[in-house]
Design a binder for this molecule. Structure first.
Ligand code: G3P
Length: 240
């Protein structure tokens, strides 16, 4: 399963990239609204920073507007995937963009049927919003499970990109269901790695190591060796 980061914050993207945790980025208008930099500069910088797909969303609501915007958005980088909302006009836009070889991530998907329509129109990704479904007492991951079954039944190429992820369990369940991609906010990404037993275990190992025969002596010897190594080149320079 690939991990995308759901943010328009360059610092978060760089941090996650540093941990080797990024296969792509998803953004949306609300995420850009949280940043202080002009969205165009930011979009360009994000595309440069990341090797994988970067989703940039249109704000038009007619197929004509969406296609026009999509043609502009792809100029921000060779890895741009255009995010199109799941509305009837959006489906027409997806069809047109597919014919132009412009990859689309169909967003704001809440039912398996919406996902099927987007896949049939030619979307490269469909983004079911699991957290927002949970918010209104529908189990978001149930919709994802049905999407996986339907896409498998018809061997559809469209990838299921689980979005609106709020906690590590969403990610684990998405992985168990066989979703292709999950897009995760930075704070949730940090939480996946964390476990109190890992922290306790590490603290105990480090403490016990102090008692291991020879460990203290090895620790003391190391700085002395480093100091000696530092002095050596200084002498050489003085001779010249
Ligand atoms: O990128 C779209 C999606 O992930 C939004 O998440 O938390 O605003 O429902 P959220």
């Amino acid at each position: 399963m690939r991990f995308f980061i759901d943010t328009a914050n360059l610092e978060e993207i760089r941090k996650a990239k540093g941990y080797g945790l990024i296969d792509g980025v998803t953004t949306n208008p609300s995420l850009f609204a949280r940043e202080s930099q002009d969205w165009r500069k930011l979009a360009e910088a994000i595309c440069k920073e990341v090797d994988g797909p970067v989703s940039l969303e249109v704000i038009g609501t007619t197929a004509k507007e969406m296609v026009k915007e999509a043609r502009d958005l792809i100029k921000y980088g060779p890895n741009v995937v255009v995010k199109i909302p799941m509305i009837m006009e959006g489906l027409a836009a997806i069809r047109e963009l597919k014919a132009m070889d412009i990859p689309v991530n169909c967003t704001l998907i809440f039912t398996p049927m919406q996902a099927l329509l987007a896949a049939k129109a030619g979307a490269a990704f469909v983004s079911p919003f699991v957290g927002r479904l949970d918010d209104i007492l529908h189990t978001g991951l149930d919709a994802v499970a049905d999407m996986v079954t339907i896409f498998d039944n018809y061997a559809l190429d469209t990838e299921i990109l689980v979005a609106s992820v709020r906690n590590p369990l969403h990610i684990q369940e998405a992985a168990l269901l066989g979703a292709d991609v999950v897009t995760v906010p930075f704070k949730v990404l940090e939480r996946i790695a964390k476990h109190p037993l890992t922290d306790l275990g590490l603290a105990a190992f480090l403490k016990d190591w102090e008692k291991a025969p020879g460990a203290k002596a090895a620790k003391k010897a190391a700085p002395a060796k480093r100091a000696a190594a530092k002095k050596a080149p200084a002498k050489k320079t003085a001779k010249k």
